[in-house]
Write a protein that binds this ligand. Structure first.
Ligand code: ADP
Length: 637
């Protein structure tokens, strides 16, 4: 309790002196005769650990808060004229930190102990007051921060939703000005190496409007070059000749770190400087500006892309229909609208409701159920034939593309007709020639030489017939617009091939063996064509073999595919020829195989057929040891 500074404030100096007796002897006591002697609240002339205030000072005249202000900083003991609740005297007294009251007669033990208690409590009280003040200041700062964050959050949200810079930039600059209470603010962006003022706003003026005028601002130039903010706190004459009191410029940084522009706030007349906290808040706003610029750029790009896509789809010659992941129509081409009578307002409506074509709907159902892209022919009411394919992109939607194949179908029909006619017209005279040549020896006995000529003529006739058959076949396979497919058992085909080639093998003394598959193997394919392909490979394996040779067929199920291997231990194929044997008319020249008849078209036909089944064929071979042809067929065709 030593070194206490105690003030006694009373008109009645005698009372003041007598109260001294109640105070500790070591206290530093000062008696003042008026409240005004305390000075202003900003620089109090007296600061004390306790003040004894005579309420008689306050009676009879209106009291104002300013007079009381110095007292608010210290704990107070009120000197009452009589025993009354002190707040009843003047409601303003409730603003003071009253630690006790003294009531007449003053020099009593009750008053002494009231004073003792007040003196004891005073330091604690002072501490409490100080803490309260600190808390209030902190609270105030926090409130301000929260308010700023709220403003930043709100602008962030609104900027994120903005679709154009003309919409976003004025909002941003107004927010920056309001937040910093600056006289004015602006956004400058660098576009193609030049600076443009894109938005500006003056405090308390109507909302900023978008603009795009060339800007000459050396400070902004500096910020763009350095990528660092500039803050001027005192009156400065800028290079432009303009005088400013305070200025804060922040770089608007791209995600990669380069500067795209400047967000600035300026006080030209008011000498109010900007703070670090404002710099912090504005940098968040500058970041939002960068996001807005990037967003609108991306949005513009997407819009352009969308426009391009719309035009491409709309003008596509094919009938194109695009749906979203919920199978609702998004886009369609004009030709699709004409072909299927799609009303203009169908966007967003379910495909299955808008499109009324049974075949197309069936195909679409198929696309929903199967991940593979289904394909099929669709006949339109007027007789036009479309080839439709539906491609699904998971979580994106489906694309239906339909090509008008009416003409192709017609051509196919004409070609088939032509092929049939030609094959008939060519083959008939050949068969006749063949018949007559074979009958030659019946017309009279032939000498050895004549018989040899007849044999040669018959061989050549067989060659021509084979060639015509192969050529016509290849033409037909390649021209066939669609190869009808069905589910079939592979072992059935293998058995058929074995039966057909058994005699040929026997004649050449070759052992033809088919290893039956362990489990039934189902593939999707065209039975006639698959049999033809496998037959040609087996025919070669027998043909290009030596007496007592072996030809063995086995199979394998890989899950997604079925593999058929045709192995022989015949002459084999040189490595250099292996890459060419599937080409048309390619024949390997080996002394051993020279005399073996063939057209060079067999493997080209096989390859064509396998590829139409979306399969693959390849060969592994060594000269003198034999060959192995592998056919890979997808199970689902
Ligand atoms: P070709 O009618 O001449 O047999 P292919 O197209 O069927 O025509 O075969 C092309 C060539 O590949 C044949 O001429 C032959 O030289 C070679 N070849 C095909 N299969 C075999 C095989 N299993 N062994 C050896 N050579 C073969």
């Amino acid at each position: 309790m030593y070194g206490q500074q105690i003030l006694i404030i009373s008109h009645d100096l005698e009372l003041g002196q007598s109260l001294r007796a109640l105070l500790p002897s070591d206290a530093e006591v000062q008696v003042l005769s008026a409240l005004t002697a305390l000075g202003t609240p900003i620089s109090p002339a007296h600061s004390a650990s306790l003040a004894l205030v005579d309420v008689a000072l306050l009676s009879g005249k209106p009291l104002n808060l300013l007079e009381l202000a110095p007292l608010q900083a210290m704990p107070v003991v009120l000197i009452l004229p009589e025993s009354l609740p002190h707040t009843a005297l003047n409601p303003l007294l409730a603003q003071l930190h009253v630690l006790g009251v003294l009531i007449p007669p003053y020099t009593t033990d009750t008053n002494r102990s009231a004073l003792d208690a007040a003196i004891r409590n005073a330091p604690l009280h002072l501490q409490k007051v100080e803490l309260e003040q600190q808390l209030a200041t902190a609270q105030q700062r926090l409130d301000q921060r929260l308010q700023e964050i709220n403003v930043i959050y709100t602008i962030g949200k609104s900027v994120a939703a903005a679709m154009s810079l003309d919409e976003a930039l004025p909002r941003i600059v107004s927010t920056a000005v309001n937040l910093t209470r600056a006289e004015e603010g602006f956004i400058i962006l660098q576009e193609e190496g030049r600076l443009y003022l894109r938005a500006s706003h003056r405090f308390n003026e109507p909302d900023a409007a978008p603009q795009r005028t060339p800007a000459k601002d050396p400070v902004a130039q500096r910020v763009i070059q350095s990528g660092r903010p500039v803050m001027l706190k005192r009156e400065t004459k800028l290079a432009t000749g303009n005088l400013v009191q305070a200025l804060l410029y922040l770089p608007i940084l791209r995600p990669g770190g380069s500067t795209m522009g400047v967000l600035g706030v300026v006080n030209r007349e008011r000498a109010a400087e900007f703070t670090e906290a404002q710099l912090f808040a504005l940098s968040a706003i500058a970041d939002y500006t960068a996001i807005a610029v990037e967003n609108t750029r991306l949005f513009g790009e997407i819009q352009r892309e969308q426009y391009r896509l719309h035009s491409i789809v709309e003008q596509a010659t094919e009938a194109v229909l695009i749906t979203d992941e919920h199978n609702c129509l998004l886009l369609w081409s004009r030709s699709a609208a004409n072909a299927f009578g799609i009303p203009d307002d169908s966007a967003g409506k379910p495909f299955l409701e808008v499109l009324q074509h049974a075949q197309l709907l069936e195909l679409f159902h198929q696309a929903i159920e199967e991940p593979d892209s289904p394909q099929g022919e669709i006949v339109l009411p007027g007789g036009r034939v479309m080839n439709a394919q539906i491609t699904s992109a998971p979580q994106l939607g489906r694309v239906v593309v339909m090509q008008d194949i009416t003409k192709l179908k017609e051509l196919d029909r004409i070609k088939t007709e032509f092929v049939q006619t030609v094959s008939h017209d060519l083959r008939t005279p050949l068969t006749t020639i063949q018949g007559y040549v074979m009958l030659l020896d019946r017309a009279g006995s032939l000498n050895e030489m004549q018989r040899a000529f007849v044999r040669k003529a018959l061989d050549s006739l067989a060659d021509i017939t084979d060639l015509i058959t192969d050529l016509l076949d290849l033409g037909r396979i390649e021209a066939e617009y669609e190869m009808p497919m069905q589910d079939l058992q592979l072992q059935q085909i293998l058995k058929e091939v074995q039966t057909r080639h058994q005699n040929q093998a026997r004649e050449l003394n070759i052992n033809l063996e088919v290893v039956p598959p362990e489990t039934p193997l189902q593939v999707r394919g065209n039975p006639y064509r698959l049999q033809q392909a496998l037959g040609k490979v087996v025919d070669n394996a027998i043909k290009y073999n030596r007496p007592n040779g072996e030809v063995k067929l086995d199979t394998e199920d890989t899950g997604e595919h079925v593999i058929v291997r045709v192995k022989d231990n015949g002459f084999g194929i040189p490595l250099a020829d292996q890459a060419h044997i599937f080409e048309r008319f390619y024949r390997v020249i080996l002394p051993e195989t020279e005399s073996i008849r063939g057209t060079g078209l067999g493997l080209a036909i096989v390859k064509s057929i396998i590829e139409r089944h979306r399969g693959r064929i390849w060969v592994e071979s060594a000269v003198g040891e034999g060959s192995c042809f592998t056919l890979l067929l997808p199970k689902n065709g």
